[in-house]
Structures are given as C-alpha cells and as structure tokens.
Design a protein around this ligand. Structure first.
Ligand SMILES: C[S@@+](CC[C@H](N)C(=O)[O-])C[C@H]1O[C@@H](n2cnc3c(N)ncnc32)[C@H](O)[C@@H]1O
Length: 280
C-alpha cells in the first residue's frame, strides 16, 4: 500500500535541485530539432497547490522555492528553473508548484513524447487531469521500474529518464540502480537522472560504491544539503545522479550549488557535493 504523497513536499529544497537539473537536461536536448522522449518512472500527481492542507501542514516549500523565486542575479540554471515556476504562477503570488510531468509538458515541443508512470490510485487520477488531452503524453498506471523497460529503446533514440521514487520501501535503494543498468543495456545513449534522499548516509555511500562497480560510464553526482547529516532528523540532503549528462551540466551546477547551499541551507549548515563518479 503506497502512502507517500508528494503534495507534502512539493517545492522543497530537494525539488529545487532535482527540477533545476531536469530543466537543464531538457533544454540541452532541445538544442537539436530531432525529437526526444521524456520518461518519468515515478511521476506523482503532476501539479500541486501550495495552499493545500498537505502543503500548509509541512510548509516545506517555504524553505525551498519560496526563498529564491523572486531573487535577482541567479546562476543561469537556477534562473531557468525559476522562470519555469513563474510560468505556473502568473500573478506575483506563489500558489502552485509544477511536478516533473508538468515541467516536461511545459518545455517539450510538438515532436517530443512523454511517458509517465504512476502507481498510486489517487495520484494517477490527478495526473491524468493535469495532462488532459495532450497527445504527446501517455499516463501509465503501472510500476515504472518494470514497465519503463518495455519502451526501451525508445522510437526517438534520444531522451531522458527520470527515476524519482519515494524510497518508502528500503529495497528501492537497490532497485533504482538495477533498473538504470537494465534500461541502459537497452538504451545506452539515453540520459538517466536518479534522485536520492540522504536520510541515512550509509545507504548513499553504498549506492555510490555500487555505481563505481557497475558497468555504467560517464556518471556525475550533484548533492545539496539543507542540514548536516544526522540519524535523528529525517532528510538532511538530497542529490541527483546523472548518467550521460549534457556536457554543460557540471559547470552549470558548479555555479548553482554554492548558491543553493548558501540560500537554502538552514542554521548555516547548507553544503553541497559535486562529483564525476565515473569517467566517459
Ligand atoms: C517523489 S514522488 C514523484 C515526484 C515527481 N517525480 C516530481 O518530481 O514532481 C514518487 C511517486 O512515485 C509513485 N510510485 C511509488 N512506487 C511506484 C512505482 N513502482 N511505479 C510508479 N510510481 C510509483 C508514488 O505514488 C509517488 O507519487
């Protein structure tokens, strides 16, 4: 039984990093006219009200998007991200936060295609309403880990796969890497973005060790900490591992992450990590 609802967390510091990376990769893919596909193995509801009971309860967005959405002199990757969020909030109040499916739908072109997997019965219905009648988009009410394999390699032979589970089930720390390796065997030129939370640091250390030992090449890691690691505090940091990143991503994140650590860190504990985990 799935209990995770992203509406409690939409727009938090983890979404700021994840969606900034996502937007940079999509914009890079758009530099060529050739169509590409966007695959979201864990799509969520697609769009979130920041006035909902859930968002009001945690108010996580106040320590995330709300802190930077009206700032000046943003690093380019963060400026691109903030512009997308502003497109969903046309008056000057921050009311709505787009999830990864709506961000992709906003940015992709008529020739591109979007595959969204979501297992939760309620979330998938909200998602269907959000992407209503867009012929570029398929919403699939199935397990994204397993079913995304069935469309590989994609017809377009270009694309991005976002793997963004809730890690409610601890075996997902293992399953995410196994899934990327399987997808990569069928579609080795695709770009893969894997989001992870830092709740227990040793799980991420182990994930990194397994990536190093895996056949994957050209892997980068970008991590943003709101607080120092702790066993007692829930999620303190989160990161995105990117396989086959655009050549521009690393330099963009070298500018973006110090800014985010300074502006989204709590009690002066903001920090970041940037690593080339595996060479090309
Ligand atoms: C972190 S949220 C996704 C957030 C979204 N990618 C975004 O950035 O806006 C994870 C979602 O995955 C869904 N989910 C959990 N297990 C799944 C599975 N095996 N296949 C597809 N969706 C799943 C959950 O119901 C939840 O809505």
């Amino acid at each position: 039984m799935l209990s995770y609802r992203h509406s409690y967390h939409a727009g938090n510091f983890a979404d700021v990093l994840k969606h900034s990376v996502l937007i940079h990769i999509i914009e890079h893919l758009k530099k060529k006219q050739k169509p590409f596909c966007y695959v979201d193995t864990h799509a969520g509801a697609g769009s979130y009200s920041l006035n909902s009971e859930q968002a009001e309860k945690t108010q996580e967005y106040l320590q995330g998007i709300a802190k930077i959405w009206q700032a000046d002199n943003l690093p380019p990757a963060i400026a691109a991200y903030v512009n997308v969020i502003k497109a969903f909030n046309i008056d000057a109040t921050l009311n709505r936060y787009p999830g990864s499916p709506m961000i992709a739908r906003h940015l992709l072109r008529p020739q591109d295609r979007i595959f969204l997997y979501e297992l939760h019965n309620t979330e998938v219905e909200i998602l269907r309403q959000s992407v209503n009648k867009d012929k570029r988009v398929q919403v699939i009410h199935k397990d994204g880990f397993k079913q995304s394999l069935s469309i590989m390699p994609p017809q377009q032979r270009r694309g991005l796969v976002l793997i963004d589970p809730s890690y409610e089930i601890k075996t997902e720390y293992k399953q995410v890497l196994e899934t990327i390796i399987q997808l990569h065997q069928r579609f080795s030129t695709g770009t893969y973005a894997l989001w992870y939370p830092v709740v227990e640091r040793q799980r991420i250390d182990e994930l990194e060790r397994k990536i190093l030992a895996s056949p994957l090449r050209n892997v980068q890691l970008f991590e943003l900490a709101q607080r120092a690691d702790s066993d007692a505090q829930g999620m303190t940091a989160s990161g995105v591992v990117v396989v086959n990143p655009p050549w521009t991503l690393y330099a963009e994140m070298q500018q973006a992450l110090p800014y985010l650590a300074e502006n989204l860190g709590l009690v002066n504990q903001g920090a970041y990590r940037i690593r080339q985990l595996k060479d090309e």
